[in-house]
Design a protein around this ligand. Sequence first.
Ligand SMILES: Cc1ncc(COP(=O)(O)O)c(C=O)c1O
Length: 426
Amino acid sequence: MNLDRKTFLRTAVLAPAALAAGARAATAAAPAPALPAYDAREPERFWQAVRDLYPLTKDRVYLNTGGLGPASRPALDAMAATTAKLQETGEHGHGQFAGFRATVAAFLGADPAGLAFVRNATEGNATVAAGLQLQAGDEVIFDDHAHPGGSFGWYQQARLRGLTVKLFTPDPGDPATNLARIAALVTPRTRAVQVSHITAPTGIVLPVADIARLCRERGIWFHIDGAQSAGMLPFSLREIGCDSFATSGHKWLGAPHETGVLYVRPDRLDAVAPLLVGAYSGDLDFLPGEFKLAPTALRYEYGTRNVAAAAGLAAAVQLQEKVGRERIAARGRELAGRVHAGLARIAGVEVLSPTHPAASSAMVTFRSAKVPQDTMFSRLLKEHAFRCRPVTEQKINAVRVSLHVFNSPAECDRLVAATAKITGAA
Ligand SMILES: Cc1ncc(COP(=O)(O)O)c(C=O)c1O
């Protein structure tokens, strides 16, 4: 037997015991420190306490929440404690979902009957694209900055069913321009519109409530890919008035990996057929017989699930409520504004993200006329320990910086100084 195989077998045998021990250790460890009350005279003290709730390494500065957000201690502890408890009894714990569903639904301003736990935003988006069961010649409109997790589901439907994809380019300026660009593409064959609530490449906030109104007036399904918005901005799905929405937990919400939700308006659930069904999706008392889908979004959940992940997601949103959702949004904008202003002062640097207050977010994307984006990305990482994200979509060729609750004004200033140095401006 070679060494690799021996190591594999030993690890495989030990893994469950080691996992349970790890889970016990996590629950036995000191609880995450309490958050002090926010004091406007000493804001950085509060934000340092928030930072201390993230086990992120201090060896580098994490600026890629838009790619993958690190989970907070409360979220990880809730997941570990739930895992440990369930493994002690061997039960699946599905009865706990209702409480977690209510917590997450309240956070999103949504009816819990419309909310399903899914693995990520991709699964939620793809469920809507396939579940609407559009026909050849039907048209769907979405932004050409859509992430593959938002666009591929529709392209797959274009291949399978022959529907037509129409794209608009999101404008970083006045949000009304984006509404007009969508309206200009609408025809009598338009069946669905999807937008990134906040676009991934350059962080443009799209006017979702206005787009929802436009779609409602024309009888068009409106789906929001909220992978970048949940946890960055406060909003209520009820107020926005969309038909469906999907997001990941593992970005701005700071929930464990492979967490996400799909929301479909409860009165329109029958319009989105589930892709996969099984135990929990519905009822079939005996075979043969009539299979009935669950009357709620439970129809999108099937088979045995990881309740501990949902526990982590619920704890993550509770932490966001504790920090303050408006405060989180304001902090993100403040830090992003600081980076934006600093970068814009560097000769030869172009900032592509919006300045319009209704369109700007906590992400800033920039490029240098002198330094290619891959060089900029790797030098920021290797020489200055900033983990950003290269942006190659639509040949934008830039670097994206995501600013979240664990980042500080001092880090923003150091990033600007490092960029100036790399471009030769300092
Ligand atoms: C707008 C958007 N949609 C979807 C996704 C895919 O997210 P996930 O991998 O969690 O499904 C991303 C990831 O960056 C994104 O930015």
